[in-house]
Design a protein around this ligand. Structure first.
Ligand code: NAD
Length: 361
């Protein structure tokens, strides 16, 4: 059984990422093939979205769910929530393979975990799908407001990103006023549009860009922003770059072109290589507000739904992202480590401290 110690074996991968549990869900009747990964439940139940994607291989699906669930643990830990990290992937094409039966069967697998895993929407799933899962289990968040859920998390996510931008501006310029600062928002979707509104309300100068050019022009007009072409983003002379579309926009090709002083946006995994590009940004003097710290609004929204908190409390928890970001930036500066390394360190310390609390009377 030599494979037990290699990173290719399932237990080897679980050890490498630090996972507690993986559940493989198989139901030939509905066509359900899903993997639920529970990374760490020290702080609370593992919460994470369910992604439906036509993965090329089962190994790709496993790798994705392991990576994503670990990052949920870190996100919840830095946000100060009593939640652990988990994630689920359903293997299949969301446009063709998604049925009520498949989702309800998946809901029953979640039900059998008795609250150890709580899910929400993600890429390839939507609030309507969460309603089907809810028919089988209470352990699903992000259901529509009309049936008692917290609804669309994007305005809260945008609010958190906005607080993260302000914290980074404070660190660099000594005050967090955005009037007169310039921001490039890449991706004017649910989060990007809400962020543009918040930035314009504080009189920041905003450049907006999206592959959907018609939408870019519309949003620019609505909020008094400037529409720019997606392929000229790195030529713009602005203080802040806010990636709100896809991940990995900071990579070997783009990192040398960066003229921005701050990077702070909602997209997950903005650095193609967390370690290498995090260090490069530090060396280049570009302040990176770690994505998972400032885009925690979505998980905060789910947490509030779970706890039955009011909208006011949700907003308060989201505003704490300002202080959480400041703490990360301070630690990065004090220890000359990248901001991602600083965020990881803060998350790991909170988990290890609480583990000790829970192991004693
Ligand atoms: P969305 O799908 O509503 O918007 C994404 C926008 O990006 C779309 O308008 C799309 O046309 C545009 N886009 C896609 N590829 C692009 C490219 N190459 N260049 C420029 N624009 C491009 O998604 P969203 O809900 O606004 O989320 C935005 C990002 O934030 C995603 O990466 C998401 O994973 C992350 N995020 C979202 C939330 C949330 O609450 N919605 C929470 C945490 C993280």
């Amino acid at each position: 059984m030599s494979e037990q110690n290699t990173s290719e074996s399932i237990f080897g991968q679980m050890n490498a990422y630090g996972h507690q549990k993986i559940v493989f869900c198989n139901d030939p009747d509905s066509g359900l093939k899903a993997i639920i990964a529970i990374h760490d439940t020290t702080l609370g139940p593992a919460l994470g979205g369910t992604r439906m994607w036509a993965y090329k291989t089962e190994a790709d699906a496993l790798n994705d769910v392991l990576r994503l669930s670990k990052s949920m643990t870190y996100k919840a830990a830095v946000a100060g929530l009593n939640l652990g990290g988990g994630k689920a992937v359903i293997i299949g094409d969301a446009r063709k393979d998604k049925t009520e039966a498949l989702l309800r069967k998946f809901g029953r697998f979640i039900k059998n975990l008795n609250g150890e895993f709580i899910t929400a929407e993600d890429v390839g799933t939507n609030p309507r799908d969460m309603e089907f899962i809810r028919m089988e289990t209470q352990y699903v968040m992000g259901v529509p407001e009309t049936i008692g859920g917290s609804g669309d998390p994007s305005p809260i996510t945008a609010q958190g990103v906005f607080m993260g931008i302000k914290a980074a501006v404070k660190e660099l310029y000594g005050n967090d006023t955005l009037a007169g600062r310039s921001v490039v928002v890449q991706g004017i979707g649910h989060v990007g549009e809400n962020l543009t509104r918040l930035l314009r309300d504080e009189n920041a100068m905003v450049y907006v860009s999206d592959i959907n050019e018609e939408r870019t022009v519309q949003v620019a007009k609505k909020y008094g922003a400037k529409a720019v072409s997606n392929n000229t983003i790195f030529d713009i002379d602005a203080d802040i770059y806010s990636p709100c579309a896809l991940g990995a926009t900071i990579n070997d090709q783009t990192i040398n072109k960066l003229k921005f002083a701050i990077i702070a946006g909602s997209a997950n995994n903005q650095l193609e290589d967390e370690y290498i590009h995090g260090r490069r940004l530090l060396e280049q003097g570009v302040l990176f507000a770690p994505d998972y710290v400032i885009n925690a609004g979505g998980v905060i929204n789910c947490y509030s739904e779970l706890m039955g908190f009011s909208k006011k409390r949700t907003l308060q928890l989201t505003e704490n992202i300002y202080e959480a970001t400041r703490n990360v930036l301070r630690l990065s500066k004090a220890e000359s480590i990248s901001t991602i390394e600083a965020a990881n360190k803060i998350a790991e310390k909170r988990i290890s401290d609480i583990k000790k609390v829970k192991s004693t009377y």
